[in-house]
Design a binder for this molecule. Structure first.
Ligand SMILES: [Zn+2]
Length: 466
């Protein structure tokens, strides 16, 4: 039985979907104003673990992950750079999908973009106005009146005396101390430049909170099974989503709220504005591999803070290596039968692994039982036990676990630093000109940078020196 910690009740609850065998899941996606860093990806990896575990448990998952491609930050960044909003965000959308793929994060079913759903947002605001939950301010912006929604604060457990009815906030992010009426629709002003829509409710653009309410309900219906994001989204983002959605439908918006903790660096949250962040590319450029990064981000329980250090990344690399060396060893093992002992061990390991993940995705416990198993089977192999058939069965079980972990087997193609890509290109040109001397010199230079090239029938391949 799967149990998940619901932020709404602050308790682990038995997971029962609305429709048997199906899960409707919404995950707040990236705001594509800049590269997502590995702190952001920790949340996406946790959501991927959740998705994979639901699939392992035979649920059909419909996951919607939005792309916030218009908000305060995207507009500010594109204006500073002097390029149109769409040009600015495209670069970061592309990078996001590439990094997500490298981290083996499964594809969601739908990736709606805010800029493509403005009509629906306008309709939604009109409904809120008709029902008396929204009002227009002097500058033409439309605000949500939080005093009209009696359950306001139920997710973040804010006390009502902290509310300041009538006080308004136009920016997308603000602190809990400022529980004010928030902007649903922001009337155009000069800081928006050429980013605006001419609509029935005026010239302007949607607020960030509105975007998620509209896009989640469009694709998943009035009530979702699971909504997740980082803990920093509990207030105001998710609180405001509840207020908007439930005011319109009169129904419960979400049954299970799941929130992932921060990735920390030296006691502080990894964040762009603190300058203490790494992107996936930064780590690959330093010679780490994507599987180690995924393992590191995944292997601490999602409700615990994870402190990022290079030592822990190296340890993650070792752990992944141990699993893969074990897999390889299994392909060669040809000893005498290990008999009942191995059978019992496999049954117990599988049970422990599954029980742990059913308990609010207790990955730490699941991995502990897996590594105990690896140690025990390695010992059997050392003693000349484990025959071919048994080795195959163990391998199958490992691959089954890897449907969740996604760190074993074939390595995904990784990003190369730009200077090496350029060198490879130069070498290709030299080879085409049959200038073997230059080609060899370049190969040597690349080797000195830690990359080994191989010329194969299907083109040039590369791998990192171990
Ligand atoms: Zn959201």
């Amino acid at each position: 039985m799967l149990r998940l910690f619901n932020t709404m009740s602050r308790k682990k609850e038995k997971f029962v979907p609305l429709e048997q065998g199906k899960v409707k899941m919404y995950t707040c996606g990236p705001t594509v104003w800049d590269y997502a860093h590995i702190g952001n990806f920790r949340t996406y990896v946790f959501q991927d673990l959740l998705r994979r575990w639901l699939e392992y448990r035979s649920y059909t998952v419909t996951q919607v992950m939005n792309l916030t491609d218009v908000d305060d930050r995207t507009i500010k960044a594109s204006r500073e750079r002097g390029v149109p909003l769409g040009v600015h965000t495209k670069q970061y959308i592309d990078a996001f999908f590439e990094h997500k793929r490298l981290l083996n994060i499964e594809e969601a079913e739908v990736y709606p973009r805010a800029t493509e759903h403005v009509n629906e947002m306008v309709e939604f605001v009109k409904k809120l106005m008709e029902k008396g939950y929204a009002y227009r301010a002097e500058d033409g912006s439309i605000y949500y009146d939080i005093s009209k929604f009696k359950d306001y604060g139920k997710l973040s457990k804010m006390r009502l005396y902290e509310l300041k009815p009538g006080a308004r906030v136009k920016v997308d992010t603000y602190e809990k101390e400022q529980a004010w009426d928030f902007a649903l629709w922001k009337a155009w002003d000069e800081t928006d430049g050429d980013v605006f829509w001419e609509t029935e409710i005026g010239k302007g653009r949607p607020g960030w909170h509105l975007e998620c309410s509209v896009m989640s309900m469009k694709y998943l219906g009035d009530t979702l099974d699971i909504h997740s994001g980082g803990v920093d989204l509990i207030f105001p983002h998710h609180e405001n989503e509840i207020a908007q959605s439930e005011a319109v439908t009169g129904q419960r918006f979400v049954n299970y709220w799941l929130h992932g903790e921060y990735l920390m660096v030296e006691g502080e949250r990894m964040a762009k504005h603190l300058g203490n962040y790494y992107t996936l590319k930064d780590l690959l450029d330093k010679g780490y591999n994507t599987r180690a990064v995924r393992y590191l981000l995944m292997s601490t329980h999602y409700r615990q803070q994870l402190n990022f250090t290079f030592d822990s990344l190296k340890a993650a690399e070792k752990a992944v290596e141990r699993l893969n060396i074990f897999l390889e060893r299994l392909t060669e093992t040809n000893g005498k039968t290990a008999g009942q002992e191995l059978k019992k061990l496999m049954t117990a390991t599988r049970k422990d692994f599954e029980t742990a993940l059913d308990d609010d995705l207790n990955i730490t416990k699941a991995l502990a039982s897996l590594f105990d198993f690896v140690r025990d089977v390695n010992r059997m192999i050392d003693q000349g036990e484990v025959n071919r058939k048994e080795a195959e069965a163990v391998r199958d079980m490992m691959m089954r676990f890897d449907r969740i972990l996604a760190v074993m087997g074939e390595v995904k193609k990784e990003l190369l630093p730009k200077d090496i890509e350029d060198l490879i290109q130069k070498r290709e040109t030299a080879r085409e000109a049959k200038d073997w001397k230059t080609a060899d010199e370049i190969r040597q230079r690349i080797y000195e940078k830690g990359i080994i090239l191989e010329d194969t029938a299907t083109g040039v391949k590369w791998r990192r020196k171990s």
